[in-house]
Design a protein around this ligand. Structure first.
Ligand code: NDP
Length: 289
């Protein structure tokens, strides 16, 4: 890494966020309302199981209760909607997380729309995405929120800066672009049809890469001093027993030019979980008011 590039350490920042949540969880618990997250996992996707386990472990570490709802891969949309309706009606549940992806054949959109928006701690419900668009967010999707907290940790003032978001998914690219816009950045969204990605990257003061293509963004494209947030999680064969995790940005070469950069792993990933738990605590606090 160059002398100038500083690491945006998501693990360390997540620890601080969780420490701050601990006190709020205690206050809720003392008031007889322990924050509770229902985790719905349908099917046997191995990566999903790992994500769910690590969310549950972190939740427990700050005193948030989790309730596991494992359902077989053969679960129908109707059966899942029934389960969501039960969780919506259960006053002791403050947040509902439906782990994605759902098995093929389950209508993901109907399922996400069925979650009570006040328990939608993932921020995927159209009401919550709409509120974000209007500039009055309730629950902000966790990965975009994590990206913004990491950018804030760099100390960069976003107003007037050129921000490039690569990727336009509903769960990462679009919401993060909205959040950057709200901070008065001049925002460009690149995607698979963007004609000259290199030129877009070269002009950007802030790059958020959320693509899912290993090291698509080359280090020499990065504007000197830029803030680079790498959302991508890609498993590549590195010749060992286990696949290696790499981001969407070629880290070493990018770090030689960037002002600030997130590592993969240990950047956006831990912040995503911390922001999910922050949303659960917020939901529990709001449930009492
Ligand atoms: P999606 O597959 O939903 O979206 C990928 C986006 O990348 C699309 O908008 C696509 O464009 C765009 N894209 C694909 N190829 C190119 C290209 N060559 N040039 C420019 N843009 C391109 O992915 P997600 O948003 O769900 O996730 C993105 C990455 O982030 C994945 O690696 C995922 O694993 C990771 N992730 C990490 C999280 C974390 O906590 N760290 C959480 C969520 C995701 P188009 O729309 O035109 O197809």
């Amino acid at each position: 890494m160059s002398e100038s590039a500083k690491l945006l350490d998501g693990k360390a920042l997540a620890k601080r966020v969780l420490a701050e949540l601990g006190g709020r969880v205690q206050a809720c618990t003392a008031a007889g309302r322990t924050p509770c997250l229902a985790v719905v996992l349908v099917g046997d996707d191995p990566a999903s199981k790992i994500y769910v386990r690590s969310k549950e472990r972190k939740a427990a570490s700050v005193g948030i209760e989790t309730r596991d709802h494992r359902m077989p891969a053969t679960t129908s949309t109707e059966a899942l909607l029934e389960r969501i309706a039960e969780l919506n009606a259960d006053e002791s549940v403050h947040g509902i997380l439906v782990q994605l992806p759902l098995p093929a054949g389950v209508d993901e959109r109907r399922v996400l729309e069925a979650v009570d928006p006040r328990k939608d701690v993932d921020g995927f419900h159209p009401d919550n995405l709409g509120l974000l668009m209007l500039g009055v967010p309730r629950f902000v999707a966790c990965t975009p929120q994590g990206c913004m907290r990491l950018i804030a940790a760099s100390g960069i003032e976003l107003s007037g800066k050129r921000a490039l978001v690569i990727g336009r998914s509903n769960i990462v690219g679009k919401p993060v672009a909205q959040l950057l816009l709200q901070q008065n950045a001049t925002v460009t969204i690149a995607h698979s049809r963007t004609a000259d990605l290199e030129a877009e990257v070269r002009g950007a003061d802030v790059v958020v890469a959320a693509v899912g293509r290993p090291e698509l963004v080359r280090g020499e494209w990065i504007k000197p001093g830029a803030v680079v947030i790498d959302v991508g999680i890609n498993r590549v064969d590195a010749g060992g027993d286990k696949p290696k995790l790499v981001g969407d940005v070629a880290f070493e070469a990018a770090a030689a030019r960037a002002g600030w950069i997130t590592p993969v792993p240990g950047g956006v990933g831990p912040m995503t979980i911390a922001c999910l738990l922050a949303n659960v605590v917020e939901a529990a606090e709001a449930a009492s008011s």
